[in-house]
Design a protein around this ligand. Structure first.
Ligand code: NDP
Length: 336
């Protein structure tokens, strides 16, 4: 009899999530039925969306999230023992998967890990998974970048942001990142190939952006929202494009106390900007295209990645809260 450990939501997050909002419980798993298979988690993803999205589920729900897991028992020939899958199975160590039941909250069923050669399987939670495709489709489809243009990326040293900046460099743009430490700024410029990076915690962003982008900004890939976004949008050029990917600066806020409307309209009207929110699953039918292209860029040495890995399922919460506070550079991962 296999026992699974899982984190269950017992209180909705209010402001900053607390360890006591989740409870670690054990559950005995039943024997497999026909067509079912059992997986054991190897890597978990901790992502900003979890902070908000879990509020749509009833208390008692297993904390949501993606994982890479190894098949350890199977009654399904398509999913044989030893293979790995990527799936939105939540914060749990062992899971029985039935192909007939969609136990994923993300409208994406578990899928076999694609052939990525000797690269680590955890990349399927980052550069070769959801964040990588968010960068790829969000940048190409929403910003529609052109060579020679200038792009600003907020949340630039995270999983999505660091990836967006590198694709933009591949496409010949001038790339400016905004992030929360000098160390991250240095990494973006020296290792990720960004042209400039601005530490929003220590630098006056508006003045610094005017200095490094006197030509103005054509594309803005927005991961954080709030004041930073207002500043960038007021420095945009005619027909600029804003991809609204995330708004992490407000995820811990009490939504009833948030200002309902920043005064962005003058910037939008005067420069005829286009601002569009998106969710990556819009491109589920093109998922492999993003993975294959990102893999090719890695193989060609054009796309680099970093993971911030926390060890131990018992440290899931710390990794999650650490990521929300900016402890991660690149993709935040937990190794089971
Ligand atoms: P990251 O790896 O970027 O981690 C989150 C980062 O946010 C932290 O490292 C921290 O970096 C930064 N941050 C935290 N608080 C603030 C704040 N108040 N102001 C500015 N920055 C802050 O996460 P992801 O790359 O996974 O996600 C980035 C964004 O993209 C998130 O908003 C997420 O919700 C969104 N997203 C959207 C998707 C979609 O389909 N639309 C899909 C995936 C992600 P720092 O040190 O710089 O502060």
């Amino acid at each position: 009899m296999v026992k699974a450990k899982k984190y269950v939501l017992i209180n909705y997050f209010v402001n900053q999530p607390k360890p006591t909002d989740l409870k670690l419980v054990e559950e005995e798993l039943p024997p497999l039925q026909d067509e079912e298979y059992l997986v054991e988690a190897e890597y978990f993803s901790v992502d900003p969306y979890m902070r908000l999205y879990v509020l749509n589920f009833p208390l008692g729900t297993t904390m949501i999230g993606g994982q890479v897991a190894k098949i350890i028992e199977s009654k399904n020939p398509t999913f044989p023992v030893g293979k790995r899958i990527v799936g939105y199975l939540g914060w749990r160590t062992h899971t029985i998967i039935s192909p007939n039941i969609d136990n994923s909250f993300a409208q994406q069923k578990p899928y076999l890990l694609p052939d990525i050669g000797d690269l680590p399987s955890s990349l399927s939670l980052g550069v070769l998974g959801m964040p990588g495709n968010t960068a790829y489709f969000g940048l190409l489809e929403i910003c529609k970048p052109k060579s020679g243009e200038t792009i600003v990326i907020s949340g630039a040293a995270g999983a999505v942001g660091s990836h967006v900046g590198q694709i933009a460099k591949i496409l010949g743009l001038n790339v400016i990142g905004i992030c929360g430490s000098d160390e991250k700024c240095k990494w973006l410029v020296e290792e990720m190939g960004f042209d400039f990076a601005i530490n929003y915690k220590t630098m006056p962003v508006a003045a610094r952006l005017r200095e490094v982008a006197p030509q103005g900004v054509d594309c803005y890939f927005d991961n954080v929202g709030g004041d930073i976004s207002g500043i960038v949008m007021y420095q945009m050029n005619l027909f600029g494009r804003v991809a609204v990917c995330g708004s992490i600066s407000s995820y811990d806020a009490d939504t009833s106390s948030l200002p309902k409307c920043a005064i962005l309209q003058p910037a939008l009207v005067t420069n005829q900007l286009k601002m569009e929110g998106f969710i990556v699953r819009r491109w589920l039918d093109r998922w492999n295209e993003g993975v294959i292209q990102n893999l090719q860029w890695i193989r060609e040495g054009k796309l680099r990645y970093r993971e911030t890995v926390t060890k131990g399922f018992e440290n899931m919460f710390d990794a999650f809260i650490g990521m929300l506070h900016g402890d991660n550079t690149g993709k935040a991962i937990v190794q089971a």
